[in-house]
Design a protein around this ligand. Structure first.
Ligand SMILES: Nc1ncnc2c1ncn2[C@@H]1O[C@H](COP(=O)(O)OP(=O)(O)OP(=O)(O)O)[C@@H](O)[C@H]1O
Ligand SMILES: [Mg+2]
Length: 657
């Protein structure tokens, strides 16, 4: 075997090969090396080996080389980290290098075989991308199939951790009242660790991408170390421009995610955010449908109840007049009447829930309303509750019934108080809000006035929150709560053309946003004038009422106030009577008159024949009276007290004079 043969072997080896002396100069190179680095073979020999490396590693290499020469060892192909070669024109490419010391007489030289792995790397990258794509496909399928968001998040986290080879992954959602992060699903970490991480991230999760600072936090470092976590990445879940949560990936070392991995994470975050939004919307829809059905039922019951209450209270009031001299009897009757009053209050709330309340919407200045409300609550809420009332400067007037709006906010404030038995902070505010097409649901998109009530109280567990708006649902002890506060608020807001948003979580507090339409420019803010009418009269009144008991009460009330009274049970009979008795000055009719024409239709027909007739309608069911035609007539709410009837009758008579 000749030296020429060794030389030929060297020159024809498939890999690029160079031999380097102790001083770092290349003493031998084969044509493959010249081709790979794009140097003429003759110039390559004599060149410092560092010329074949990118600038930034040259220095380090010189030092490394010195070390290696002291303790030479064989390094096989592909060992160690990814290396980069540099061509003569400065371009770079990934290489694998095998090193072995070779003896040449006394001197030790170093032989390197170098292999271009651009192609291998491309294949590897394609493989990684295919794996990411498969994971995204699986995630899309899960998002489609999962019954709830939590289930989806659970499987998604296992998938993310596995795909990226991460130690752990978790999802947290921003929760009221102050958008703190709360753990939703996690894989590979304990709830305690993830909760601690969420708490630390809460203030800045939208911007905290690198978790190095959190992981090395003095309080948490031990926890993370025990869990084998050295770093992590946080990607916000963005819902309609607002960060709604975060996707967190934790790794053994500081994460070195390449563009593909970052892209994968961004896709996962996007899918999760969309799924969260969709599940939320579905829940709200189911909730609204259930409330709608209960509302229908409740409205009917409340209506019948009001008729009963009218009869009871009417008879009691007649007895009251008869037994005026008997102190004991008067006392008993007064107590019974107070109970009727409470009953009427309950049916009013039920009607509000069923959206059958008669509302008198006007332009309401939020600033003024909140100032009055704040002063009132300051007096009623206990000492340990810190009340903050703040109205943004640029809030336009809302279009709503001011008394009902105030009642709704008081209901919310009282709920907040009850949720903070040991004190806390209650914030009531108003600000302008734009509802976008996507979020509008069943209200038109556009500008709204949002009243917000935020407390730092106990919050609601999901099962309580799911039922909180049902009438009679209460968690308060018997006698403390009737379970009609939130239903009233819900019905009022819906009937006012607005929308309600609730966010609550056990242990963190509750935030309720009550969005009402902005008042049209022309809406009046004037309050109704109160009349100092004389409360008795002797005019002739026609009472129309299909319920015999109620008719009897109305007749007796009016007679006792001095009026001459005729009574009819339906619209036909009433029109006959009107023609037969031309001295009738006032038509006092129920709105719902059984099978025939309604009170509104009767009133319109009667006015067509007798234009000077005064009209007063009454109803226990205010939806019937809420339509436009009914709005043209004065309405007395059932059950009514005799004084209320007296005043309403006088006002109606005076208006038509
Ligand atoms: N701010 C809140 N924080 C915690 N839980 C609340 C809050 N608001 C309402 N809830 C829960 O919802 C339930 C229903 O509230 P709702 O106002 O309808 O009735 P209530 O307060 O129990 O009785 P009522 O208002 O008729 O006196 C409450 O019993 C309570 O469990
Ligand atoms: Mg309440």
């Amino acid at each position: 075997v000749t030296a020429a043969l060794y030389r030929a072997l060297f020159d024809t080896a498939p890999d690029a090969m160079i031999v380097v002396a102790r001083d770092g100069r290349i003493v031998l190179a084969n044509p493959q090396a010249a081709r790979l680095f794009d140097w003429p073979l003759a110039e390559l020999v004599g060149l410092p080996v560092e010329r074949l490396m990118p600038d930034e590693v040259r220095h380090a290499h010189v030092a490394q080389r010195a070390g290696y020469m002291e303790r030479p060892r064989v390094r096989p192909m592909g060992a160690g980290k990814e290396l980069v070669g540099r061509r003569r024109d400065g371009s770079r490419f990934p290489v694998e290098i095998a090193l072995s010391p070779v003896a040449d007489g006394d001197e030790t030289l170093f032989a390197a075989s170098i292999r271009d792995i651009s192609e291998t790397q491309r294949q590897r990258q394609a493989l990684v991308r295919a794996r990411h794509d498969a994971a995204i496909g699986r995630l899309g399928q899960l998002a489609f199939e999962s019954a709830d968001f939590d289930a989806l998040a659970d499987s998604a986290m296992a998938l993310v951790a596995e795909t990226l080879g991460a130690t752990a992954a978790g999802v947290a959602l921003a929760r009221p009242p102050h958008d703190e992060l709360a753990a939703c699903a996690m894989h590979g970490v304990t709830p305690a660790l993830f909760d601690a991480l969420c708490r630390r991230l809460s203030a800045n999760f939208a911007t905290a991408h690198d978790l190095a600072a959190v992981v090395s936090d003095a309080d948490l470092a031990g926890l993370f170390r025990d869990a084998g976590i050295g770093g992590g990445r946080c990607v916000p879940l963005v819902d309609a421009a607002r960060p709604a949560g975060a996707l967190v990936v934790l790794t053994h070392d500081a994460p070195r995610f390449d563009r593909d991995a970052e892209h994968f994470l961004a896709l996962v975050a996007h899918i999760l955010a969309t799924a969260a939004l969709r599940h939320h919307a579905q829940e709200q829809l189911a909730h609204a449908q259930r409330l709608e059905a209960v509302g229908q039922l409740t409205g009917g019951i409340a209506h019948d109840f009001n008729n009963l209450l009218t009869v009871i209270s009417g008879n009691l009031q007649l007895l009251e007049a008869e037994l005026a001299g008997d102190a004991d009897a008067s006392d008993t009757i007064a107590r019974a009447l107070r109970a009727v009053g409470r009953g009427a209050e309950l049916t009013r709330k039920l009607l509000a829930f069923a959206r059958r309340q008669r509302l008198s919407p006007r332009a309401v200045d939020p600033q003024r309303l909140l100032a009055d409300l704040g002063a009132m609550l300051e007096r009623t809420l206990g000492e340990p509750i810190r009340l903050h009332v703040a109205c943004a400067d640029d809030v336009p007037p809302a279009y709503a019934d001011p008394a009902q709006l105030e009642a709704a906010l008081i209901n919310l404030a009282l709920n907040a108080r009850d949720a903070m038995p040991r004190g806390g902070r209650l914030e009531i505010g108003a600000n302008a809000r734009t509802i976008a097409q996507d979020d509008a649901g069943d209200v038109p998109p556009g500008r709204y006035v949002a009243f917000t009530v935020v407390d730092t109280g106990l919050g609601m567990a999901p099962d309580v929150l799911a039922r909180a708006f049902e009438p009679f649902f209460t968690t308060k002890e018997t006698g403390k709560g009737s379970g009609l506060g939130l239903p009233m608020v819900w019905g009022f807001v819906r009937q006012s053309g607005g929308k309600l948003a609730v966010d609550s979580r056990l242990g963190y507090g509750t935030r309720i946003d009550l969005m009402l339409p902005v008042a049209p420019d022309a809406a009046s803010t004037a309050t109704a004038t109160t009349s100092n009418a004389q409360l008795r009269g002797d005019e002739t009144v026609l009472v129309v009422e299909d319920e015999p008991e109620v008719r009897a009460i109305a007749t007796k009330f009016l007679a006792s106030l001095g009026y001459r009274v005729h009574a009819a049970r339906d619209a036909d009979e009433a029109l006959h009577l009107l023609r037969a008795t031309p001295d009738v000055r006032l038509l006092f009719s129920d709105v719902m008159l059984g099978a025939g024409a309604t009170g509104v239709e009767l009133a319109q027909a009667a006015l067509a024949e007798h234009p000077a007739l005064a009209v007063l309608l009454t109803s226990g069911d205010e939806r019937a009276s809420a339509d436009d035609a009914a709005g043209a007539f004065a309405l007395l709410r059932k059950p009514y007290r005799i004084e209320e009837l007296a005043r309403a009758v006088r006002e109606a008579l005076e208006r038509s004079n």
